[in-house]
Design a protein around this ligand. Structure first.
Ligand code: BGC
Ligand code: NOJ
Length: 811
């Protein structure tokens, strides 16, 4: 069942009922100010940091779900309704929500009145703009009262939801005309406040939640709206809100447009007050003056649309498969940008208060957005490298505001160091900018001992090379990519952290998966070294890689697939010898992607085993058979009920590894089949089962052992976005940036007879036509560049013109 449809021309998803299987959300904001915006206008805003600088409140595990947001109530006699249905839930005569790139439009109608709410965050201002157009579509004059409503958060979202003995006393506001200033803690150490305003005179306002909503009411039936008038309340402590009342009379056919702005304002420390207790409103006045007219709001919206058009023109494909086109050209790249902006901080499943930036997460995210914003990728790589320790190990997370490693979690996740090579290599292939390798990067944020990024990469490689276990495989530490495979934890106490309990330096437990990474990213590192003339070091790296390859094919091989790991007793995990969890997806994907076992036929066998033992109609489960009891020697993985999360859920992040691995073996049809199964746009018709948004990937789909097989969870902020974009754009459609240029190497189903695409690469637009009338799955017969045939599959970067025509014949 569908709950809407795609509008590809407008690059929007159109939701046609407010009662979606879960709130279906969008992200507003592109650099500093962000809003989460659901299809019923739920969600919240923050400036830079979802934990520390949150403007509005949100309650995650509330019932009914998703009933805090920026709400507009229309009181039409005794009928009260919201354009987005929530929170009053009055049945609407019509409803539509269009989620676009960085903006959303909700249109609701009731009894001849139409309300259209357009929400966006301008490219250059720290605010959310809500343009509300109310139209009388009937033939008689109508009198209405309009109320706006947001609930302020006292900045630190965690403190705001726990420290009530203080917070019920600190709240302060000022009100001047139509503008509400939320200034809690401005009297002391903050030099910022929030502003909530509308561009017309108001007939009333409220700032105390108890006055507007009523102590025992709720957003669903706010007292002031029911009574038909605000109380002009000034809040002193307790819960603070911003609410405006506007009375309007609309002639038949008449429309009125209101521009509401919720913004973040900062004052110089020495200019915070104009008189004792009265805040300096200049920054707010300046901000609001830019959104006083509908024309100003429209211009800001147009600028936002152009910003996104510009970004998405970097990679654009045209195949006969419309669903594939919309995924690649619009939604997958959009999700990659959102994961770049948010990391794993704020979604409808991540509260914005927990994790900072994951070391491995941020490195992998780079793979998906480096082609869109290479300059910011460069900054990101350097930020990440600055947190590395001098022995090459890394913090597992760092804080986006301070850019410092997160000591509470520490390090010891032994896959982390190698991801730095993965991210940097992707950047170099995209840009050819080797100067990044000379950038001095700190150790543990200490710049006095900074060394060039190249040294950091070397330390990453060496860290793995020098931390091997009894079989010669890399030690796993606290965990590898699979945060829940905790082989040194042995936790028996409820509430203990699975990751940080127990020693991280277990000298025995090893990871075959990290071995696969060592081969893949070791080879990429050697490639970089050769390109900068460091042949001797490259040779050493290649030697270590060759040895690891051998170890993986011997100690790491179970007979029909790659073993997953060896536990702290050196017993295999992910082997036919195990009682449960006999085969895991990750080492099959990573080892084959790395080329391990290709010549010996083991790669082929491993992928056959994946198909036979892990594949399902909704995707490939992480392991099989699922763990049915808690295995203390394995950790969190066995804490999940069978079929959920890492315990045999369909982890969308590593399904693409199998698709990539299939292309390594030339299996275009199978690669595309794997790609399609977890791809949201192909799941739109079963939204009642899948439940999460059909326009973005979710982290996990319940596996075959789960009672809710096929149900998605944790949409939006997942490394899946970057890995699927890498898979489809590079491994399947075959446009692979290399250090030497742009490689063309498609691996597609034989019935895909051809496609065209535009790829901007190092400042030049390559207009590529792939002809597969031969019906091949892999293999390129000829490539011509501006009419001249080239030898090999790599196009040397062009520097003397901005557009290049490439034709590729497969066969
Ligand atoms: C989740 C993992 C996640 C980890 C992060 C676990 O509970 O299952 O997916 O990576 O927490 O700390
Ligand atoms: C989500 C985490 O963000 C990621 O770092 C991890 O690799 C996966 N879960 C698997 O555990």
């Amino acid at each position: 069942m569908k709950f809407g449809h795609f509008d590809d021309d407008r690059k929007e998803y159109v939701i046609t009922t407010p009662k979606t299987p879960l709130p279906w959300i969008n992200y507003l904001g592109s650099s500093e100010f962000f809003g989460l915006f659901s299809n019923t206008a739920g969600g919240y805003d923050f400036y830079k940091d979802a934990k520390l600088l949150r403007l509005t409140r949100y309650r995650y595990n509330n019932s009914p779900v998703d009933n805090s947001g920026r709400y507009y109530y229309i009181k039409d006699g005794d009928t009260i309704w919201n354009p987005g249905w929530q929170p009053v839930q009055t049945e609407l005569d019509s409803y539509e929500c269009r989620h676009g790139l960085g903006y959303s439009v909700i249109t609701g109608a009731k009894n001849g009145i139409k309300a259209e709410l357009t929400a966006f965050v301008p490219v250059h201002d720290p605010c959310e703009v809500n343009r509300l157009v109310i139209t009388n579509e009937g033939s008689t004059e109508r009198k209405l009262e309009l109320f706006s409503y947001v609930e302020f958060c006292l900045w630190n979202a965690e403190d705001d939801s726990t420290n009530f003995q203080r917070n019920f006393s600190t709240g302060e506001v000022e009100v001047v005309g139509s503008t509400i200033y939320h200034k809690t803690e401005f009297r002391e150490r903050r030099d910022h406040y929030a502003v909530y305003s509308v561009n017309v005179p108001v007939d009333g306002f409220d700032t105390s939640r108890d006055e507007f909503v009523g102590l025992y009411n709720g957003a669903r039936n706010p007292q002031a709206v029911t009574e038909g008038h605000c109380h002009n309340s000034i809040a002193h402590g307790w819960a603070l809100v911003g609410a405006h009342q506007i009375n309007l009379t609309l002639a038949p056919g008449q429309s009125r447009t209101f521009i509401f702005v919720l913004g973040y304002c900062q004052c110089p420390r020495d200019k915070k007050f104009v008189s004792p207790g009265v805040i300096n409103k200049e920054p707010a006045d300046a901000l609001l003056s830019r959104y006083q007219t509908p024309e100003q709001a429209e211009a800001a919206l147009e600028e936002l649309k152009e910003y996104w058009e510009g970004l998405l023109s970097t990679y654009n494909v045209d195949t006969p498969d419309q669903k594939l086109n919309r995924l690649v050209n619009i939604w997958n790249q959009y999700q990659c940008m959102v994961t770049f902006n948010m990391s794993r901080s704020a979604s409808y499943f991540e509260s914005g208060m927990g994790r900072g930036m994951g070391f491995r997460d941020s490195c992998q995210d780079l793979l998906g957005f480096v082609h869109l914003i290479p300059e910011r990728a460069r900054e990101r790589i350097i930020d990440i490298a600055n947190t590395q320790f001098s022995d090459g190990s890394t913090y597992h997370q760092y804080q986006p505001l301070t850019k410092k490693g997160n000591a509470a979690i520490g390090g010891g996740f032994n896959d982390d160091p190698l991801w730095l090579i993965a991210g940097t290599a992707a950047y170099l292939r995209e840009t050819g900018d080797y100067s990044i390798l000379d950038e001095d990067c700190a150790f543990d944020s200490d710049f006095s001992i900074a060394r060039p990024l190249l040294d950091h990469l070397d330390l990453s490689f060496n860290f793995t090379a020098s931390h091997l276990g009894p079989h010669g495989l890399p030690l796993i530490g606290r965990a590898d990519w699979n945060d829940c495979l905790n082989l040194n934890c042995f936790s028996e106490e409820p509430g203990e952290s699975f990751q940080t309990t127990g020693p991280s330096e277990g000298p025995v437990a090893e990871s075959v998966f990290i071995g696969g990474m060592f081969v893949k990213y070791g080879n990429e590192y050697a490639d970089i070294l050769r390109h900068i003339g460091k042949d001797e070091r490259a040779g050493q790296v290649e030697e270590a890689v060759a040895l690891m390859k051998h170890t993986l094919e011997t100690a790491g091989w179970d007979g029909d697939w790659f073993i997953r790991a060896f536990d702290a007793y050196s017993k295999p995990v992910g082997s036919h010898e195990c009682e449960e969890g006999q085969i895991y997806i990750e080492p099959q994907g990573m080892c084959v992607m790395a080329g391990v076992g290709v010549e010996s036929g083991k790669a082929e066998k491993a992928l056959d085993s994946v198909k036979e033992r892990l594949d399902t109609k909704y995707g490939i489960v992480l392991l099989n058979p699922a763990y049915t009891r808690y295995h203390v020697e394995l950790g969190e993985i066995s804490s999940y009920p069978p079929g959920y999360k890492e315990n045999a859920g369909i982890f969308c992040h590593n399904n693409p590894w199998i698709a990539c691995a299939e292309t390594v073996l030339g299996h275009g049809a199978r690669a595309f089949e794997v790609f399609k199964k977890t791809c949201p746009v192909y799941l739109e018709d079963i939204s009642e089962i899948h439940r999460t948004e059909p326009y973005v990937y979710c982290q996990m789909v319940a596996g075959k052992d789960a009672p809710t097989f096929g149900e998605g969870k944790n949409s939006w902020l997942t490394g899946t976005a970057a890995w699927t974009f890498t898979t489809i754009s590079q491994y399947i459609l075959g446009i692979k940036p290399q250090l030497d240029g742009l490689m063309i190497d498609p691996c597609i189903p034989s019935d895909l007879k051809g496609y065209t695409l535009v790829r901007r690469f190092r400042g030049v637009n390559y207009h590529i036509t792939v002809d597969n009338s031969a019906g091949a799955e892999k293999g390129v017969k000829q490539i011509t560049v501006d009419g001249s045939p080239i030898s090999g599959q790599i196009i040397t970067p062009v520097t003397d013109r901005s557009d290049v025509t490439v034709s590729v014949v497969m066969g």
